[in-house]
Design a protein around this ligand. Sequence first.
Ligand code: IMP
Length: 438
Amino acid sequence: MFSESVRCLVVVGAQWGDEGKGKLVDVLAEQATIVARYQGGANAGHTVLVGEEEFILHLIPSGILYPRTRCLLGNGVVVDPWTLAEEMEGLRGRGIDLGGRLGLSKRAHLVMPYHRVLDQAQESSRDSENKIGTTGRGIGPAYRDKVARVGLRVGDLADDQRTREVVEAACHAANGTLERLGDERADPEAAMEQLDSVRAMLLDLATDTGHELRTGLAAGGRVLLEGAQGALLDIDHGTYPYVTSSSTTAGGAAAGVGIGPTLIDEVLGVVKAYTTRVGNGPLPTELTGGEADRLRHLGGEFGATTGRPRRPGWFDANVVRYAGGVNGLTSLAVTKLDVLDSFEEIRLATGYEFEGDAIGPFPDSVELLERVTPVYATHEGWQTSTTGCRSWEELPGQARSYLRRVEAESAVPIRYVSVGAARRETIRLGAGGVGIRT
Ligand code: IMP
């Protein structure tokens, strides 16, 4: 994927998150000098399999598993310092040397204990109709403080007085809300004390991510910008209000690390060979009953962060076409093809109808998206294992035909097909996509 002409690559989720970005980033990070996260926080959960070892990372990019890659958390990320500390400890405990390989933007905002309390209290106070199904990690409240210009940034920690002022004001405001919601209260002294345990670590990691990336690229380095969640969870382009609180799409990448968009060469969208969503909100191709259970169990569709069962459905080309547009995708990686190995029939949605009429552009209203009827194409299943396949030619004919349809309906060329969790269980295709192949 990286080449003389491709120095800076963005990897995004092109559905509702959990597409397998962690594995793709892990595969591509081998060629990268720097991997940087640009948004989200510890709401994400990347599962990466290296040999027999499974790593679940929430904040640190999976590039950390290569010994020479530098990993950054950009200014667009909201950082829960205690989760970060735990993750660093876990990696060190498994023999991974982090020395000089991890950096954190001084401009990144911190997710404080009172953000988590607020997130959980607000979510439980919503009636079931209106619950977003957040991960409870404090993401929304942390971004709200950032946008309201009252947040605490990594760089602020160097100034004790300033830190105290921000924390006290934030706790005061949080308590105004919490008093209406229940018994929990934000405690500024406890928050200051908790910060004491991580302050030195954070300041030690603090850097200017934009400067590092710009100079790295100018020196001929290769940069991978890693998105979390997916396009349909984007604060602007997703199924609002059932979204996360950041710009998950590729447009957020430049702003989230501090480079100009003209430095980005390619945008790879990661999609599952089917669809899942965790949390509430519309999912037009959602399966129910036995079919849902089958897909969920075959795909191990339980959240890496919260353990919640994911809602499974057929591949929805309407979603991926839309994600292709809002991200400017230059190629696709299709993951978990092997999960479909045993199905007799596989469906994919090519359009939507509402009251008998075809729907044009992807709906911007969740009310409409809840009510559309997907138009399906049905493909014959291959009913044989694809996990051992390492090339396009080795895939069964029905799988190739399904992938050609996925590509044609999504209008983005497929570059990678993943047929298992391990690094080697990946089929690499050329730049032209699968449409040109027999
Ligand atoms: P929040 O990001 O915790 O505020 O949650 C908002 C919505 O985004 C909820 O529907 C979550 O389930 C969803 N979400 C957040 N992070 C992820 C993720 O990494 N994968 C999938 N869904 C996510």
